[in-house]
Design a protein around this ligand. Structure first.
Ligand SMILES: [Cu+2]
Length: 163
């Protein structure tokens, strides 16, 4: 956790809504999603609450435990009309540019992180406003391992305004 107040926020929620949130607050483990498919382990998936009503970035870490290279080749989500893989953001002529990527390589025995300011998955043309506390289904498609669906929590907005 590199954000400032998640624990304070969590404990406030816990005292206000103890019964409802007992499971989520017990261990602090419900703040990000993780899953496994084939040789791949996906951890720390989260969506910073987006400032924009149109797009939201998804961040996570993929570890390839196997001896075979893989790659993230796409994604879908029921809350977005489309989703793209993007390179890190750069400034060009005063505006933020993000270059689309065909795929994100997940080499054998390596760990690849999609994180704020770096590569990310972008949900585009959102069908609904995403708000903190909500969970969003995101299906990741890998070249070799196949696809899996994560239930990704929307967290506090990050320092990049959710981009
Ligand atoms: Cu982007």
């Amino acid at each position: 956790m590199n954000r400032l107040h998640p624990y304070l926020f969590a404990s406030l929620l816990c005292s206000l809504l103890l019964a409802l949130l007992l499971l989520g607050c017990g261990s602090g483990g419900a703040k990000s999603a993780s899953a496994r498919i084939g040789d791949l382990t996906i951890t720390d998936a989260y969506i910073p609450a987006p400032a924009s009503p149109d797009v939201a970035a998804v961040y996570f870490t993929v570890k390839n435990n196997g001896a075979k290279d893989d790659a993230l080749v796409g994604a879908t989500s029921p809350v977005a009309q489309s989703a793209s893989l993007h390179n890190e953001m750069t400034m060009q002529g005063g505006s933020m540019m993000m270059m689309p990527l065909q795929e994100i390589a997940i080499p054998a025995h390596q760990t690849v992180s999609l994180r704020v300011g770096g590569m990310h998955l972008m949900l585009e043309n959102l069908k609904q406003k995403l708000q903190k506390g909500q969970h969003v289904q995101v299906t990741l498609q890998f070249k070799n391992a196949g696809s899996l669906t994560l239930n990704v929590p929307v967290t506090d907005a990050g320092g990049m305004n959710g981009m």
